[in-house]
Design a protein around this ligand. Structure first.
Ligand code: HEM
Length: 153
């Protein structure tokens, strides 16, 4: 283990933001899919469900937008500062990172389509269980890849 150096502080702070944003976004996604959606389906009439969904989405939309912005900006920083140097030593790092990047773009796209209001993606919003399940699976893949990348030296 190398000695601690003050120059590492920005990298640690950015990592904190990246990991906290990932925890909040993925935790919220899993809660929506496996707790909120089935509970609302079980307990509420169609009208009440539609009203609740409107309110939940209004709030969740802000978190999704903030989460995407933070994950993207801190992710690019991580890649420049941590990823590129590691990729020079272990070229398969970049292959795994490429899969992670594509999976992240997929997660961002599905999350944006579900919280958005564009008529183009209305068909996706009509099948929330399916698309939240796809997104939850991609999010788990992302976490697995990210924690593998961390251990590539
Ligand atoms: C939903 C989106 C994302 C999730 C859930 C996520 C999750 C994570 C997590 C949990 C880590 C920390 C791994 C650890 O320290 O054990 C990490 C690291 C990292 N993330 Fe992300 N991330 C996301 C998006 C992105 C994006 C969009 C980029 C790039 C543009 C990115 C680039 C990186 C890099 C380069 C690392 C450092 C890997 C290493 O230690 O070698 N991430 N990510």
């Amino acid at each position: 283990m190398s000695e601690f150096d003050v120059e590492q502080i920005p990298r640690i702070l950015v990592r904190w933001v990246h990991i906290l944003a990932a925890i909040a976004a993925v935790g919220g996604l899993l809660f929506l899919r496996f707790v909120h959606l089935p509970a609302a389906q079980e307990a509420l009439s169609e009208d009440a469900r539609a009203r609740l969904r409107e309110e939940v989405m209004r709030r969740w939309r802000r978190l999704v937008n903030l989460g995407i912005a933070l994950l993207f900006l801190t992710g690019v920083y991580n890649f420049l500062v941590i990823g590129i140097p590691k990729g020079k030593v272990a070229p398969y790092y970049h292959m795994l990172f490429g899969v992670k990047f594509l999976a992240a773009m997929g997660v961002f796209f599905i999350a944006s389509a579900l919280v958005g209001r564009s008529p183009t993606f209305a068909a996706m919003r009509e099948r929330p269980s399916f698309w939240l399940t796809v997104n939850a699976a991609l999010a788990v893949l992302l976490i697995l890849i990210s924690s593998t990348l961390r251990h590539i030296e």
